[in-house]
Design a protein around this ligand. Sequence first.
Ligand code: FES
Length: 174
Amino acid sequence: MSEVSRRHFLQLGACVVGGACAADALPSLAHAAEGGDITTLRTTLPYPRVKLASIGQLTVGREQLTTYPDQASPVVLAKLGRPAINGVGPDRDIVAFSRRCSHMGGTLSFRPDTATFHCPLHYAFFDAQKGGLLVIGQATDNLPQLELEVDAAGDIFAVGIRGLLYGRQTNVLA
Ligand code: FES
């Protein structure tokens, strides 16, 4: 058998064996999916629903510091006093953002007079009224914004995040 034909024979054999193995595996994967027990194939975890504050506790100019979705992720909850992208509440002006700069994770300070977040490390700033839009600086991503919901009692809940938190491969850690 020549070198070329032997290589061709081995490649053909590998394809046949590989195809047979894949065909054997598919029914068991499908069966497991129907039973809802494929936890190892999930790439994301569900966000927790966490109460951050009540509408009555917020005033314009006094932001609240808290964490979401876990203790290692600092966030700011603020009432801007003017409608904002993704804002909630009767005035659509309540928003929440990560306090970690999207550039290199600097801890941001919030300035209520301009509704902007400022980074002390390389001076990026982000517009809270415009969904965390990067205004200027070395960052290349906007600031991650929390998805908020308000219930009938006026309680504000964080239920998700738009954007990836700095330093993470996934926002919700296992
Ligand atoms: S860490 Fe914020 S601009 Fe660099």
